[in-house]
Design a protein around this ligand. Structure first.
Ligand code: SF4
Ligand code: SF4
Length: 185
């Protein structure tokens, strides 16, 4: 398998896991929200981004199914199981954060939300992985380096899971989570 395909597989696995955790953490608040923060122009990034287009090839949904007005948003929420722009996981409104039990939970949740941004950050001349628009440029990225990043992200996720199970985080886990910047929005 080519490195780009291995990365894509691992990315889908990571995004699916993040999406499941986020659903558990946010559905109660977001499900009742009348000020949904989804926007069609964000959804459209899935069509412009060479990497997200590649991800969409593994999805059951067709890119041409996007709605002009609502993008991928449907009655029950986002219709994309994976291939969402990473920013979709990274935004937490103040109300949502305020409902979390303590500062540590807020921090760990925000790290979880920024993991995909972190994985693809500054892959080429300051551009994020999902900002690359041409397939040719995408193919020529350093996929060995990116593979190391995604392995690290999976390790970070296992520390996040451990935190939500036990309410505690180990020192090594804390150090890893601290490498994910929160000031990226
Ligand atoms: S993050 Fe906040 S604004 Fe966005 S859907 Fe959830 S509750 Fe609503
Ligand atoms: S979560 Fe889905 S519907 Fe919402 S902005 Fe992202 S892609 Fe669009």
């Amino acid at each position: 398998m080519k490195p780009i395909d291995q990365f894509t597989e691992s990315y889908i696995e990571l995004e699916t896991a993040i999406s499941e955790r986020m659903q558990t953490l946010c559905t109660e608040s977001c499900g009742l929200c009348t000020a949904c923060c989804c926007r069609a122009d964000i959804c459209e990034e899935t069509l412009c981004s060479a990497f997200l287009r590649r991800i969409m090839e593994h999805a059951e949904i067709n890119p041409s199914d996007i709605d002009d007005r609502y993008g991928w948003l449907e009655q029950d929420g986002c219709s994309l199981a994976f291939g969402r722009p990473p920013i979709c996981y990274a935004f937490f409104c103040d109300e949502l954060l305020a409902r979390m039990p303590d500062e540590e939970s807020r921090w760990v949740t925000q790290v979880l939300g920024r993991l995909l941004i972190h994985v693809g950050d500054e892959v080429l001349s300051g551009a994020h992985l999902v900002e690359i628009e041409t397939d040719n440029t995408l193919e020529n990225l350093n996929w060995e380096t990116l593979a190391k990043r995604i392995e690290r992200a999976h390790r970070i996720l296992s520390h996040i899971d451990a935190f939500f199970e036990s309410g505690r985080i180990s020192e090594s886990g804390r150090r890893l989570l601290e490498t994910v910047p929160l000031d990226v929005l």
